[in-house]
Design a protein around this ligand. Structure first.
Ligand SMILES: C[S@@+](CC[C@H](N)C(=O)[O-])C[C@H]1O[C@@H](n2cnc3c(N)ncnc32)[C@H](O)[C@@H]1O
Length: 223
């Protein structure tokens, strides 16, 4: 398993000097229009695997790649209320760049991000939810440079083969020893191919449950 910034070698030395603070929704202290309403649209965002993996791993830190309006992040926040888990939500908030999607170009840049923040601001977990508005590869470099790792990583951002493989590769390097990675959309051939290739190349076993896939016990050889 490799990760670009690790190979580049510069990330920790340069960025550590800035003592990066990845703010929570509560700390962002945003204001919203008085008529704004909660809209928590999501996909498979309350799959039973969330509860099962959180009960098993009791994560202190979760990375979520692909948050959209926050449905899955808010579900994980509910499930970790007793654990004081911090959830880092990585998203461009621009939607799916798949050219087959009619809404692949989002001209109202910022609208989905504001909806995410509004939804999260209504949650008692607002101080534990940290938006990371970046591409998944850019965010991986930032999280690495900030010295963050996670115990649980949910992959639901890009859905093209190269993108899923790149996300799994980059974020697997940010998982603490023994941590878990899981993701959505096993029914997509692109996702299955990327997950299966990563498992083959890294001697891992893929678990599946409906649309969800899982790798348990990552990085056990790391100290
Ligand atoms: C299926 S949605 C996530 C749904 C969310 N997990 C839920 O269940 O509510 C996918 C998200 O991935 C984001 N995304 C797509 N490509 C991305 C990339 N390269 N970097 C960061 N986010 C990306 C999109 O903006 C979109 O919000």
């Amino acid at each position: 398993m490799g990760y670009g910034a690790e190979r580049d070698g510069y990330a920790r030395t340069w960025h550590a000097a800035y003592a990066m603070n990845l703010l929570s929704v509560a700390e962002l202290n945003l204001s919203f229009p008085p008529d704004m309403k909660a809209d928590v649209e999501g996909w498979n965002s309350r799959h039973p695997l969330f509860a099962k993996l959180i009960a098993q791993t009791k994560p202190k830190t979760i990375f979520e790649i692909g948050s959209w309006k926050g449905a899955s992040a808010l579900h994980m926040a509910e499930l970790t209320a007793d654990l004081d888990t911090h959830i880092y939500c990585i998203d461009t908030w621009l939607g799916d760049p798949n050219p087959e999607q009619p809404n692949c170009l989002n001209y109202d840049v910022g609208a989905i991000y504001r909806q995410f923040c509004f939804n999260a601001s209504l949650s008692p977990a607002a101080a534990r939810i940290h938006p990371v508005p970046q591409t998944s590869d850019g965010a991986a470099r930032i999280l690495f440079a900030a010295g963050l790792s996670c115990n649980l990583c949910y992959v639901d951002g890009r859905h093209d083969y190269e993108g899923v493989f790149a996300d799994i590769t980059a974020y697997s390097a940010l998982i603490a020893p023994g941590g878990t990675m899981f993701g959505d959309d096993w029914e997509y051939q692109s996702v299955r191919m990327a997950v299966t290739r990563f498992a083959y190349e890294n001697n891992l076993r893929v678990g599946t449950s409906g649309p969800a896939w899982t790798f348990l016990g990552l990085n056990t050889n790391k100290t």
